[in-house]
Structure formats: structure tokens, C-alpha cells
Write a protein that binds this ligand. Structure first.
Ligand SMILES: Cc1ncc(COP(=O)(O)O)c(C=O)c1O
Length: 394
């Protein structure tokens, strides 16, 4: 065993002692509403497939057709021979959805944030270290991109435009390039950034506003356009409401061209494969017409929040299809997830470092595949799961 192995093992042991060790479970998912794990079926409340498109016939059909017509792989990076003619119409549809000049499809959402932010924040190109103002709960992939660019983030309090304004004010007159980074819908909280106020600050301080619209694209906004309308640069993913896989940047032509020339995730990664492109293409066609599904999901989430509030559960500031139940310690989150599992519900626990210490939670997500009775049954089980703990506390 090489010396580093014992260090890795010590890390794992430490994580286990803290109730934070993670492991992979094999999941049988053959339709949108349920998953099978170790031979048992569960109602799935931990999926990001918000519109249930993952199993949509049109997406599957086009994935198959494009695999048959174009092969299962793209064969090279986009700058070599992987830029199949399939990309251009997809990027045109995406630019239309996002109301931006243009769009660039990349490998996945994580890679898009990690690699595009590294390029966009490159001090050598910008001629100075940029001033990067970031919501303190931004997704790990955004931090990764900032780290890769070697920039120190100036963190503002979560969703707090007033605090952002104060921090921007401290740098008034500083002519280094300024950026503001935020998610639109926060992935672990289901709350929505005050994007109107943030965009106004960006304009007032001549800052470039970059919004990660991963959890709003397809499921929120007019025609499923998401909530990033006022952003200068939009980053997103096809892996959530669009049911497929892949990341994107929607922007001006100049930014797109710059990324093609400077973004490692574009230059050094094999292009997305044709079946995935087929699914994306069909999803982009369907999403604008899915208002009924979007309304259904919104009403399920609202129904759940009302019931959870009445049962004394802490759902934070959620207003979207993602609803956390914040319980505090990793042990409490694991225990609640376990109780739900016994009752036939799958609701993954989310623990630090994914969320801040003391805010371990269940992260529930409502989708078009759920029914009102699913939500009511979930609420019943949650209420019952809480009852004995309360009794003990008294
Ligand atoms: C806000 C946010 N950005 C980016 C990503 C990464 O997207 P992908 O899963 O496509 O890599 C995620 C997914 O976890 C996310 O929640």
C-alpha cells in the first residue's frame, strides 16, 4: 500500500466518525416516480427530473434516432471533429429560450461552471485580478471555477442584495473588472435569489452578472425560460428539468467565441454524444409548452410546504420545487431519511460540506410525475416520524 492510502483511509474514518461518510447505492430507476433499491421500490422525492422528461417518449425516440444516425459517440472535441452539425440548431433553440444572442453547449453543468468561470475570470486576459462577489451558498462547481481561476471570492450573505450592495460600495472607484455570481434557484434550499435587485446593483457598479440557472431552466419562468433574464451570462445544465445531460453557457457572441478559444472544458473535452444531443433537442422543443406540468409541480411544492409548516417542520425560505426539511445534525438527517425509507419514500439526506454545518437536511424535490396523494402520504409519514421525538422532549 502506498503511503497516501493510509491518509485517504484516515480521511474516510474521520468522515464516518462525524456521520458524514458517503457511499454509492445501486439504483434501479425505470420510470420517473419511483426507484428500486436493494429489491424494494420507493416513491422518489430526490430526483431533479422536475418535468419527468427523462422517460419521455419523444426524448428517448430522438436519442435512439440520433444514435442510429450519428453513432453513440462524437469522436473528438468540438474543435477537432466532434462539432457535429447537430449542435448548431440546439444552440439556436437554447439561445431563443434564454433570450441571449447565442449559446454554447458543454459537457455537464459542473464542468461548465468549473471551466467557463476559470476562463471568464482569467486575470491575464482581464489585465487585473477580478473582483468576484459571490453568494455564500453558491454551488460547489462555481467555487471550483473561482479556485481554478485563482481568485479570492468576496462572499455576500445568502440572497442578501443589501449586503452585496455594501460590499460593492467598498470597491466603488476600483476599476478592476467586477463580477457577481449567483444561482437563481438555490439547489439545496429551493429559495430564489433577488435577481432584480442584484441586476440593478450589477448595472450600477458596472459588474458582469453571471447566473447559474440550473434549477430554474425548464421548470420556472415564462415558457420554462428560467429566471436568468437579467443576467449578462447564463450558465445551466440539461441534467435537471430537461431530463438529459450536458451543460451550457448563454451569452453574447464575443463571450461564446472567447470560451471556444480559452475554456479548457471546451478545448480539451470530447463533445457530447449524439444520443444525448437528441434528448436535449427534443427537450428544448417540448419545454416551452409544458405550462400545465410546471403549474402542477408548483402546486405540489406549495401543498407540501403548507402541510410541513403546519406539522412544525422547517422548510427554510423555499418557494420553488425544491423543499428542504432542515433538521440540524447529520445524525438527525440520516435518521429522518431512514424513517421515510422504512415507509417507502426516498428522500436523501444532505449533510456538510454540501450544506453549512448545523443545517443538515432532507432535500425534497417535487416533479410532474408526483400526485397530490403522494405529497399527502409523505406529510403523514413525516408527521408520524416527528411525533415520538416530540413526546420524548416533553
Ligand atoms: C446549481 C448547480 N449548478 C451546477 C450543477 C452541476 O450540473 P450537472 O449535474 O449537470 O453537472 C448543479 C447540480 O448539482 C447545481 O445544482
Amino acid at each position: 500500500m502506498v503511503g497516501s492510502e493510509s491518509r485517504y483511509q484516515a480521511f474516510l474514518d474521520q468522515r464516518a466518525r462525524e456521520g458524514l461518510r458517503r457511499s454509492l447505492l445501486a439504483v434501479a430507476a425505470r420510470e420517473a416516480r419511483t426507484i428500486g433499491v436493494e429489491g424494494r421500490s420507493y416513491l422518489n422525492f430526490s430526483s431533479n427530473d422536475y418535468l419527468g422528461l427523462r422517460f419521455n417518449e419523444a426524448l428517448i425516440g430522438r436519442a435512439i434516432a440520433w444514435a442510429q444516425g450519428w453513432g453513440v459517440g462524437s469522436g473528438a472535441s468540438r474543435l477537432v471533429t466532434g462539432n457535429l452539425e447537430l449542435f448548431a440548431p440546439i444552440e439556436a433553440k437554447l439561445a431563443r429560450l434564454k433570450a441571449k444572442q447565442t449559446a454554447l453547449v458543454m459537457a455537464c453543468g459542473f464542468q461548465t461552471n468549473a471551466a467557463a468561470l476559470q476562463a471568464l475570470l482569467d486575470r491575464n486576459v482581464l489585465d487585473a485580478e477580478p473582483l468576484v462577489f459571490a453568494d455564500r451558498l453558491n454551488h460547489a462547481s462555481m467555487h471550483f471555477g473561482c479556485q481554478a481561476a485563482g481568485v479570492r471570492q468576496i462572499r455576500y450573505r445568502h440572497c442578501d442584495a443589501a449586503h452585496l450592495g455594501v460590499l460593492l460600495g467598498r470597491y466603488q472607484g476600483d476599476d478592476r473588472p467586477k463580477f457577481i455570481l449567483t444561482e437563481s434557484v438555490f439547489s439545496m434550499d429551493g429559495d430564489v435569489a433577488p435577481l432584480g435587485d442584484i441586476a440593478a446593483l450589477a448595472r450600477a457598479h458596472d459588474a458582469c452578472l453571471i447566473v447559474d440557472d440550473a434549477h430554474a431552466t425548464g421548470i420556472l419562468g415564462a415558457g420554462g425560460a428560467g429566471l436568468s433574464g437579467e443576467a449578462d451570462i447564463v450558465i445551466g445544465t440539461f441534467s435537471k428539468a430537461l431530463g438529459a445531460f450536458g451543460g451550457f453557457v448563454a451569452s453574447t457572441e464575443t463571450v461564446r467565441d472567447y470560451l471556444i478559444n480559452r475554456c479548457a472544458g471546451v478545448i480539451y473535452a470530447t463533445a457530447l454524444p449524439p444520443p444525448v444531443l437528441g434528448a436535449i433537442d427534443a427537450a428544448l422543443e417540448r419545454v416551452p409548452g409544458m405550462d400545465a406540468e410546471r403549474a402542477h409541480v408548483a402546486s405540489l411544492a406549495e401543498r407540501f410546504r403548507a402541510g410541513a409548516g403546519a406539522a412544525g417542520l422547517d422548510t427554510g425560505a423555499s418557494t420553488a420545487q425544491i423543499v428542504p426539511i432542515v433538521v440540524g445534525t447529520p445524525e438527525a438527517a440520516l435518521a429522518m431519511s431512514g424513517r421515510l425509507r422504512q415507509a417507502g419514500f426516498w428522500a436523501s439526506s444532505i449533510r456538510p460540506p454540501t450544506v453549512p454545518p448545523g443545517t443538515a437536511r432532507l432535500r425534497l424535490a417535487f416533479t410532474a410525475a408526483h400526485q397530490e396523494t403522494d405529497v399527502d402520504r409523505l406529510l403523514d409519514v413525516l408527521a408520524a416520524a416527528r411525533a415520538p421525538r416530540r413526546a420524548r422532549a416533553i
